[in-house]
Design a protein around this ligand. Structure first.
Ligand code: ATP
Length: 453
């Protein structure tokens, strides 16, 4: 159960606390508070930042709810922070990012008009309540006023007992149809559980079982399913998050290809270990997600993978890796095995693997024949894939065409073939970098001799 930190007693103390915990959001919060006062517009910090403040954790993003003309407030804030603003008038929201990397979402608490002064507090409270009621969990439905007529600055607005739930370590939904309204909340819950050490309460778990039985994920749009799945795969410990979702019976109900068990855990483990190696160019964001998703469904038939790619409407690169990449890797592995990888010259192997992308090679090393055995060194296909990644693909000759021209070669095909030949010798380690020029001279002399004969 998390230990909660006491809420700061006033706005200044709140800003001081944010400055300690979340330096990236404090400046924007201070400016938002000043602007709210100047515009005489109630503005609240809501959602994750409030939760994180109580948990004593850093927040990188800010969620603001404005009671009034949200667009005017958003424009004013963007002006003061001197950053561009994206407005979504249909949803009455605005979005901006500060140079320090803090994303700010501004929502206008909906449904109100400009009310009479006497009724302001009531309307303000109603508007805020409306906004908080739409949120996912009680711990994410708390607010702190930066400026308000009905609440003191820095006073916690907690209409759904979020504070108590946070102290008890519970994720509780605000009403019984919450997961039917938005099943992505289940995936959010699994991420919050892992990241924040919270746990869905029993009632919420039962609601999950109910919506899973109703196949509620089938109603989710491709875009939202893809987005939530990507966030899950991009989380700090995707394997543990998926363990939890599998225990809740969720993974397969996202799509039949997405069964999750020990084989899938093992594939994730092998792949993530490799992605952490210093020789591997770091894969962040979408690239990493596509790799994990492909490892997840590695042994499913192509038709099933294709169906998954359709369901998620994957972008072209991720789709190709998932649908075609696995087959291309299998084919390359099979090719090496048929030739007998033990007796193959590196240059021949490199030739065979040349058409594979960097991502395909990583998957081949992590998951193909021979992977997982004593760090997968050649002569297995997985081992060859590693040598291709770490050594062969990036091998640069120390000499270039210009050096060959200086020796006497004429521009043309022979010059290209000679460079290829020298590269092959380097791959086979029959010459060193220092011997490249000597080999070039030797080839030149031999061809001169042949010409003179
Ligand atoms: P994180 O630290 O992961 O950013 P967060 O709680 O700030 O956590 P966001 O996705 O940025 O998560 O969402 C901000 C707030 O918007 C949440 O705290 C929650 O109140 C609300 N929210 C987000 N997604 C949903 C949803 N699917 N249903 C209801 N409320 C949501």
């Amino acid at each position: 159960m998390p230990d909660l930190t006491p809420l700061p007693s006033n706005l200044k103390a709140l800003l001081d606390r944010l400055a300690q915990l979340s330096p990236r959001v404090v400046e924007a919060t201070r400016i938002a508070g000043e602007l709210a006062r100047q515009l005489d517009m109630p503005v609240y910090l809501v959602g994750g930042v409030v939760r994180d403040l109580l948990l004593g954790r850093e927040s990188v993003d800010l969620d603001l709810v404005v009671d009034g003309d949200g667009a005017a407030f958003a424009r004013g804030l963007a002006d003061r922070l001197e950053v561009p603003l994206r407005l979504h008038p249909t949803f009455m929201t605005g979005e901006l990012s500060t140079p320090s990397g803090c994303r700010i979402d501004i929502a206008a608490a909906r449904g109100e008009t400009y009310p009479q002064p006497a009724s302001l507090p009531v309307v303000e409270r109603a508007a805020l309540t409306e906004d908080l009621r739409r949120r996912d969990f009680s711990v994410n439905a708390m607010a702190i006023p930066l400026f308000s007529r009905s609440h003191r600055p820095a006073e916690l607005v907690d209409l759904f007992s979020g504070h108590g739930d946070l102290a008890a370590g519970f994720l509780r939904v605000l009403h019984e149809r919450s997961f039917q309204d938005d099943p992505t909340r289940i995936l959010r819950a699994a991420r919050f559980e892992l990241r924040l050490g919270l746990r869905l309460d029993l009632a919420a778990e039962e609601l999950v079982a109910q919506v899973v039985a109703e196949a509620v994920f089938d109603r989710l749009s491709s875009g939202r399913l893809r987005q939530e799945l990507s966030l899950t795969l991009a989380s700090a410990n995707p394997s543990a998050t998926l363990d939890r979702l599998a225990a809740l019976g969720v993974t397969e109900s996202l799509h039949p290809a997405l069964q999750w068990g020990t084989a899938e855990q093992d594939r994730f483990l092998r792949l993530t270990r490799i992605l952490e190696r210093s020789e591997v160019e770091q894969r962040e964001g979408k690239g990493r997600v596509a790799l994990l998703l492909t490892a997840w469904v590695w042994d499913r038939p192509r038709s099933v993978r294709n169906d998954l790619a359709e369901r998620l409407q994957l972008p072209a690169g991720a789709r190709y890796l998932l649908v075609e990449g696995i087959g291309r890797i299998a084919e390359a592995s099979h090719g090496l095995l048929t030739l007998g990888p033990r007796n193959l010259a590196p240059r021949v192997v490199s030739e065979k693997l040349r058409h594979l992308s960097g991502d395909e090679l990583l998957l081949m090393h992590a998951l193909a024949e021979g992977a997982g055995r004593a760090d997968a060194v050649e002569p297995t296909p997985a081992g060859w894939a590693w040598r291709e990644i770490a050594e062969m693909r990036g091998l640069q000759l120390t000499i270039s065409g210009r050096d060959l021209l200086a020796i006497g070669f004429q521009p043309g095909r022979e010059l290209g073939r000679t460079l290829e030949e020298i590269r092959g010798a380097r791959l086979d380690r029959t010459i060193t970098a220092e011997e490249e020029l000597a080999m070039a001279r030797q080839i030149f002399e031999q061809s001169e001799e042949r010409r003179q004969e």
